[in-house]
Design a protein around this ligand. Structure first.
Ligand code: SF4
Ligand code: SF4
Length: 294
């Protein structure tokens, strides 16, 4: 299968010199769009597939230039800046005139070739193991992510796919063929809790995982630990069982909940915020790791 280098993807951000998104030094491409709505999401700016407005209140100069918005989404009273996101039609005129970058756009449409070229700029730093990592959001929410993996492969880059596992099964075989390592994030083995906290069942995720393993994918399972949500021994046991069931698994990882996603929600003008009571204790992390044998 040959990559379509002209296929387009909506990119939230490209981060260079990442050390935690797979082996070696990596360029991580965050793609927009996700079928899940995890209440603890670390990257809420990637959930929506379309470009959207971000507002960084600390950078705002209160210059009122954004009153130029034809929809009347911006207003000022008693020295405070208010934004009515329900009026915003995402024309991004205000972001273009904001002098302090308090208003920014999350989401840039780029071709597969353009993204690949960005990753190639750091070729000298990748060494034998580094390369490109696709993250999100769910990278496969945009099927052209497979073209991006293929194109990177054609150029000799090591490819990692950070996935929540929820994607159409027809994308699985081409994704496996173009990916050196899957970072497969498991949110919860309890389906009712999975539905409650992510908005979807875990059945598709676990079925895709089983099939990816059958197809020979190299998989690193990553378990999100959220205190009071999935911090119970029954879940730890099932996770250990999942690790044992993977034939080509590499050492799994426990990822503790952190509250930064909540801060990002504020930039998106969404309600919510981080929940400090969800941060797991060191004892919980150690107990979970013991079940996983890591
Ligand atoms: S244009 Fe930018 S700096 Fe000026 S008030 Fe609007 S958001 Fe703040
Ligand atoms: S993006 Fe456009 S519609 Fe939305 S607030 Fe800015 S100027 Fe108004």
């Amino acid at each position: 299968m040959k990559a379509d280098a002209k296929a387009k993807l909506t990119v939230s951000a490209i981060q260079r010199f990442c050390m935690r998104d797979g082996p070696g030094v990596r360029t991580t491409v965050f793609l927009k769009g996700c079928p899940l709505r995890c209440k603890w999401c670390h990257n809420p700016e990637t959930q929506n597939a379309s470009p959207e407005l971000l507002y960084y209140a600390k950078k705002c100069l209160n210059c009122q230039a954004c009153l130029a918005c034809e929809q009347g989404a911006h207003s000022f009273s008693e020295g405070r800046h208010h934004i009515d996101k329900s009026k915003c039609v995402s024309c991004f005129k205000c972001a273009g005139i904001c002098p302090s970058s308090a208003l920014q756009i999350s989401g840039k449409v780029m071709t597969v070739e353009e993204i690949c070229s960005e990753a190639e700029k750091d070729l000298a730093f990748y060494g034998e193991s580094g390369g490109i990592t696709l993250s999100g959001g769910e990278p496969l929410f945009q099927p052209a992510a497979v073209d991006l993996l293929l194109r990177c492969r054609e150029k000799g880059l090591n490819t990692v796919l950070d996935t929540c596992g929820y994607f159409p099964p027809e994308l699985l075989a081409p994704a496996v063929a173009a990916t050196d390592l899957f970072l497969w994030d498991i949110k919860d083995t309890d389906d009712e809790r999975h539905k409650k906290f992510t908005g979807v069942s875990n059945k598709t995720i676990l079925e895709n995982l089983r099939k990816a393993d059958e197809l020979g994918a190299i998989i690193k399972l990553r378990f999100i630990l959220v205190n009071g949500v999935n911090s119970d021994e029954r879940h730890y046991e099932k996770c250990a069982g999942l690790c044992r069931s993977i034939r080509s698994g590499v050492k799994p990882e426990v990822i503790p909940y952190h509250a930064f996603g909540g801060v990002k929600s504020e930039f998106l003008l969404k309600r919510g915020g981080g929940r400090s009571e969800w941060i797991p204790t060191e004892e919980q992390l150690a107990q979970f790791r013991e079940y996983l044998g890591i």
